[in-house]
Design a binder for this molecule. Sequence first.
Ligand code: ADP
Ligand code: ADP
Ligand code: ZN
Ligand code: ZN
Length: 754
Amino acid sequence: MPTDHIEIIGARENNLKDVSLRIPKRQITVFTGVSGSGKSSLVFDTIAAEAQRQLNETFTAFARSRLPRYGQPDVDSIDNLSAAVIVDQKRIGGNSRSTVGTITDISPLLRLLFSRIGEPYVGYSNVFSFNDPQGMCPECDGIGRTVTLDLDRFLDRSKSLNEGAIQHPDFAVGTWYWKIYANSGLFDNDQPLSDYDEARWQMLLHGDGGGIKVALEWQGGQIPSKYEGLADRFTRLYLKKDINEMSDRNREVFQRFVSATTCPVCQGARLNPTILSCKINGYDIAQLSALEVSKLVEVLAGIEAPTVAPVLESLRDRLQNLVTIGLGYLSLNRETTTLSGGESQRVKMVRHLSSSLIDMMYVFDEPSVGLHARDVHRLNELLVKLRDKGNTVLVVEHDRDVIEIADHVVDIGPRAGVYGGQVVYEGDVKQLGDAETLTGRHLGHKLPLKSEFRTPTGAIPIVDANLHNLKNVTVDIPTGVLTVVTGVAGSGKSTLINDVFLGQHPDAIVIDQSSVSTSTRSNTATYTGMMDGIRRLFAKANGVNAGLFSFNSTGACPNCQGLGIIYTDLAFMEGIKSPCEVCQGQRFKPEVLEHKLRGKSISEVLDLPAAEAVEFFTEKKLRDVLRAVNDVGLGYLKLGQPLSTLSGGECQRVKLATELHKAGSVYVMDEPTTGLHMSDISHLLDIIERLVDQGNSVVLIEHNLDVIKNADWIIDLGPEGGSQGGNIVFQGTPRDLLTVSGSYTAEFLRRDLE
Ligand code: ADP
Ligand code: ADP
Ligand code: ZN
Ligand code: ZN
């Protein structure tokens, strides 16, 4: 008899304390616990990582060298694993050719339909694809947009070449690219471009068709080179590339100098006229792909064609899954790069729901992110459906309504970081409510409605906003209060706040979930600005130079350059990350470690979690920062912990903690409760309240009812998502919201307070 459990023995990744447990197969197991308790360390870094690693082992070395690398997790053994599918919030990368339709495999079905019953008959299903040379619009190569160089931004014509007329940083005065023009002998380098005659101007932009050779200085000598006009060079270097495949820096620079317009030939349809002439019930394939999915379902229902019944059936199934999960407002032609993290996760989920593989292990990371209370039960239905197909479903989640459907709960704690890493409860949901754990205690403990609402000090008006689905929205964003923008997914919250409002108010402080830094050297202490103070304290206590205590200084371990670890890349095998054997991971030279502050070396201080550091330091400035870090629920972060190890929600809260001392600003945050346990939400609210008390205005996009109940002002969008949304359904205090009909937020708020 095969055992019916995944057996994990001795897991020790990150903060896990030799954890052993059994997870029932073909059931839904929800992992709970405060942020930093070790849920991801167990579910993603141990179980999913081992499943991926074992799967990769089955491939040849050649294939493996092309797959992502997975290190061996620190665990004694894991038995009875199934192949894992990880459905996380990472944005679906890819390029402009990746759409909701392609990623869910719905587009190929639609093409098949057109190849069978489209009139006039055109050809094989592939020709209906904008990725196929036979199908794509020849003008835009199937991208639907044409991008042109904006000469007015690229060149400052009041300046000469020597004065830096070329605005693009790669062509700055003195650079290699600049010399191609300045040293060509073709131009008067001191003449403003506006004084060029037509021939000179053409020469600058387009050359003479490739005939001219110029001599370029190179390492003291001269090399002959073919002259290429500026506009032609820009086109070749940048315009021909997919911007989604550029580095962040190049993309940012690129976008300053171009303007994108809908392709004038296909009007954004991406396909050529022949393909677009083929129709079903009067619709061409581009029109169907542009419909909202919920509308597309209706159109397909009107097609009577017995020969393609199975194709229609599959299409309907998959589209219905999108609707069920609350994504009916998306269209198949929506580029995946424009989806939010929560939308990305749900789109991936739909793709897997249609898979006929069984006995897989599906791993979800807070799938309720971005979902309104109204739609959480739909998510639950899909999780149940996955399980009932015979799969094992593992879910990391904080939402009460999702925890509710667990067959089995694993609660990790008791707290975060070094104070966590143990299984504190295993069993069914009913008894979790009686468990003496943070999750158990908060499960039935909801926050009350705020009793007094602040009066706005003023307002920032938004007038006649029409972007995406917004319908002439005119609304005041009040200042001096906590405003929460609510509404079902797709109702227009991010469009209103992130696009329209922030577009008008670039000064607002945005605290988002993007990673704080890509440098391996930045850590909690450097990012929050504490490191300078700590170095100075060490210097003063020991009568030495503060520079010694920096990772970038002569005081750092020369072997690992102050990183404490060594990365070794091995061809065809897993890369290895090992502690530096010279400093034993302590990052500094032994003589630097001799210097103590209140009995601790700099390495020991950097190893302190913020919760302990707040007791260790007596200096007010440091304590204020550390308190803020604790208050945002990150007391478990070690001062020296690299920021590259933080999740999106953690990054957002680190940023919040660092911003707390400012005043008189407008703060904008998108779902700050992401990754946050119920027990930490009141701390988060305390901090936000403090920000407002200091004279700031705070605008949140949030679904969490505990947060909504604590707003001073609510702006509710809807009533539905997509074309059925984009209106202001309500604005006012949460108490007044309770009496409103026609608002899903009002309805679920009433239920919550019952
Ligand atoms: P959760 O998923 O419950 O929020 P995590 O598993 O992400 O918790 O984190 C558990 C602990 O391990 C925390 O103290 C966290 O800071 C730490 N941690 C997580 N990833 C790393 C890493 N790559 N390196 C060092 N510490 C880490
Ligand atoms: P919410 O934030 O309330 O979930 P959004 O503002 O993201 O809603 O979406 C509102 C509407 O605008 C939806 O119909 C969505 O599909 C559309 N939309 C959002 N972003 C884009 C985009 N980048 N391109 C096209 N449509 C978009
Ligand atoms: Zn085109
Ligand atoms: Zn070292």
